[in-house]
Ligand binder design. Structure first.
Ligand code: FAD
Length: 471
């Protein structure tokens, strides 16, 4: 009998370690989840994401109950808890799927060693990525730090080693140790707000969402993915974050669809996911500072008033405000919008990208240390590859290009709902008469731009140049 330790793989189908445990033990598997206080209290703690975790655990438990089983939920130090459940169940070892953040690697290495020293088996598996670090490396075995060659190598490896998706393991109905009741959010995070954005949870829901996406928006994903008002992307990121879906299920579904630029480009995004996992694994310093250390010298002005305006969606730049309010309301934000607001925070408001990274991790249901850090450092120009710091997004022209009718802005910034389309991304340019007609007075009902883009752009370039001059 094995314990399967669920972490960020909250599903029964196509779960590599769970399948291995079930196969080796004739279906006798003790399913365990442990709330790890070190994560709950960590600097990236998030009420909305924790609520989603609780919802997914409830769904997983419900599915296990159809086999006469239940999820054994505990709270505490993972190693001590695993020893408890090993003793209580009589299992001979533990299986889990690997997680690659610096904290998880340290924790899991210590746990594997301690379990083995105590005479138990401990087996970990690749599952949350398509390819692990060593599987996509340069010819001399070094990690890639630039996406394009990484993606090329990744695709050629996929062509040589197609993904296989496994179904449900055969689980035997066995007596299980008792579970603690699934906690309420406030048991875990006493300061959590009473109302939070919720995301539909559970494996069945996630598989349906994947199928809907593959039958619908996938074919036109290459064009639709950048239009913020359109549901042109999969919105599967929360499921991938907690492993409610596997990346193999996603890649296999894309490859089974009629070939074309849509599936091709969507797989490219899943490659970004693997890419950032391996970046953080090899360069854990990126979680504390710039990937390129020279940029740690940027002397950010970090004005807290400007930061608060950005957080609240009150910058006077409608596309930025719509995006920040989407984040607050839904715990999710469109990818194009993430790039725009991240560029705006760093290059227009001159605020350290780590402030933005942390705010995102606090609110995003899909908040993931590797993808979020990679995205922020990409936007700030301090990260792995190409985007040089002098390429600065103009928030007005980004809005005009990727929300041409202003539908996204009107959805999240109701003050601007009646603003004519030609002004929707620059409402402060309306005359007073036009403002009255649109029912919004700039400066009273909606802010004038809190900074001037052209001026800030020049200041940003000076800040970045000053930081790199010492090189
Ligand atoms: P789709 O377009 O349908 O893509 C499919 C999947 O590919 C996504 O669900 C996601 O798992 C993965 N993916 C897509 N784009 C990226 C990317 N650039 N990097 C890594 N993986 C990607 N993604 C997160 O999952 N968690 C984060 O915390 C996160 N923070 C970000 C912060 C910033 C500043 C930026 C610019 C991007 C961030 N991203 C993050 C990447 C991307 O914005 C989201 O993955 C995407 O918007 C999720 O929507 P979707 O599921 O509809 O994506």
């Amino acid at each position: 009998m094995y314990i399967h330790w669920f972490r960020r793989d909250l599903r029964l189908r196509d779960n590599t370690a769970l399948m291995a445990a079930a196969t080796a033990a004739g279906g006798a598997v003790v399913p365990v989840f442990i709330f790890d206080d070190a994560i709950l209290r960590g600097r990236f703690a998030s009420p909305a994401r924790t609520q989603f975790l609780l919802d997914c655990l409830a769904a997983l438990d419900a599915e296990l109950r159809t086999f006469g089983l239940h999820l054994v939920v505990r709270r505490g130090d993972p190693l001590r808890t695993l020893f408890d459940v090993l003793r209580e169940s009589g299992a001979s070892g533990v299986t889990w799927n690997r997680d690659y953040t610096p904290y998880a690697v340290r924790r899991d290495t210590a746990i594997k060693q301690a379990l083995r020293e105590a005479g138990y088996e401990a087996h970990s598996f690749k599952d949350t990525v398509i390819f692990e670090m060593k599987e996509v490396a340069t010819a001399d075995g070094r990690p890639y730090t630039v996406y394009t060659p990484y993606a090329k190598r990744w695709r050629s490896r996929l062509a040589a080693e197609p993904v296989t998706v496994q179904d449900m393991p055969r689980l035997a109905t066995i007596p299980l140790p008792v579970s603690e009741p699934l906690p309420h959010l406030t048991d875990l995070l006493p300061d959590a707000p009473a109302t939070l954005p919720r995301f539909p949870a559970g494996e069945a829901v996630a598989l349906e969402a994947l199928e809907r996406f593959v039958r619908g928006p996938l074919a036109s994903y290459a064009q639709g993915r950048d239009l913020m008002a359109v549901a042109g992307t999969s919105r599967l990121s929360p499921y991938l974050r907690l492993g409610v879906l596997s990346p193999r299920q996603c890649v296999a579904a894309a490859l089974a669809a009629p070939p074309g630029p849509g599936p091709e480009s969507w797989i490219g995004e899943l490659i970004w996911r693997d890419f950032y996992v391996q970046v953080l694994y090899h360069f854990p310093h990126a979680l504390r500072g710039s990937f390129k250390p020279a940029y740690n010298r940027i002397d950010w002005p970090n004005d807290p008033v400007l930061f608060a305006a950005w957080q609240q969606g009150l910058t006077g730049y409608p596309i930025v405000d719509a995006a920040m309010r989407q984040l607050q309301r839904e715990g999710w934000m469109h990818n194009r919008a993430r790039m725009i607001v991240a560029s705006f925070l760093t290059k227009d408001l001159l605020i350290d990208w780590r402030w933005g990274e942390r705010h995102f991790m606090h609110l995003l249901i899909d908040g993931d240390p590797a993808a979020n850090n990679g995205g922020w450092q990409w936007a700030a120009g301090t990260g792995t590859d190409a985007q040089p710091f002098f390429r600065i997004f103009n928030p007005v022209s980004q809005g005009q290009k990727f929300d041409p009718e202003g539908a996204y802005v009107r959805r999240y910034v109701p003050e601007l709902v009646n603003v004519p389309t030609r002004y929707i991304h620059e409402p402060h340019k309306m005359s007073l008469a036009e403002q009255r007609k649109a029912g919004v007075l700039i400066g009273r009902d909606y802010p004038a731009p809190i900074v001037d883009h052209a001026t800030q752009r020049t200041k940003a370039l000076e800040l970045y140049r000053a930081a790199t001059r010492h090189n």
